[in-house]
Design a protein around this ligand. Structure first.
Ligand code: FES
Length: 159
């Protein structure tokens, strides 16, 4: 099977599980995102055809929600809060440190696909600022000195 065929087959299996109705589109996209860690073009085309939803509508949904990504993302998503409370407590310096440690800018993924870096607005934990959310884990009062430790820990766990 080619990569395209694999993606199409996996997408069809997801649609079979979630149902073919148009109202299942978001659930289907969520499952595709979970399976591939992003939304491959071939998966979106397959969803469009199989669910009989115009491709433009599929893309509209895929680009509306920030949880979806059209680009391959890393196994670990690092989100640096740039909300006001975190900003005044040094989020910019933290961002610099993550950028230099991972050698990527926000919106990019490391070549080994281990990390993607993103900036987000308030994640609702202002009292803990500056906050960094890695996957589903909240890290509060993160200092520049903690950045390398956090990254090393994740690398070790992933090894
Ligand atoms: S501003 Fe960062 S959690 Fe609210």
């Amino acid at each position: 099977m080619t990569k395209t065929e694999n993606v199409a087959a996996a997408t069809k299996a997801i649609i079979k599980k979630q149902g073919n109705s148009k109202s299942a589109l978001i659930a289907v996209l969520q499952d595709i995102q979970e399976t591939f860690n992003y939304l491959p073009k071939d998966a979106l085309k397959t969803a469009s055809k199989t669910m009989n939803v115009p491709l433009s509508r599929v893309y509209e949904a895929a680009t509306f929600y920030s949880a979806f990504s059209l680009k391959p993302r890393g196994k670990n998503i690092v989100k640096i809060c740039k909300g006001t409370a975190c900003h005044v407590r040094g989020a910019a310096a933290l961002q610099d440190r993550f950028e230099s440690t991972l050698c990527i800018k926000p919106g990019e993924t490391t070549p080994d696909k281990m990390f993607s870096l993103e900036t987000v607005n308030c994640v609702g934990a202002c009292a803990l600022g500056p906050v960094v959310v890695i996957n589903t884990d909240y890290h509060g009062q993160v200092t520049i000195n903690k950045v390398d430790k956090i990254i090393d820990k994740i690398k070790k766990e992933g090894a």
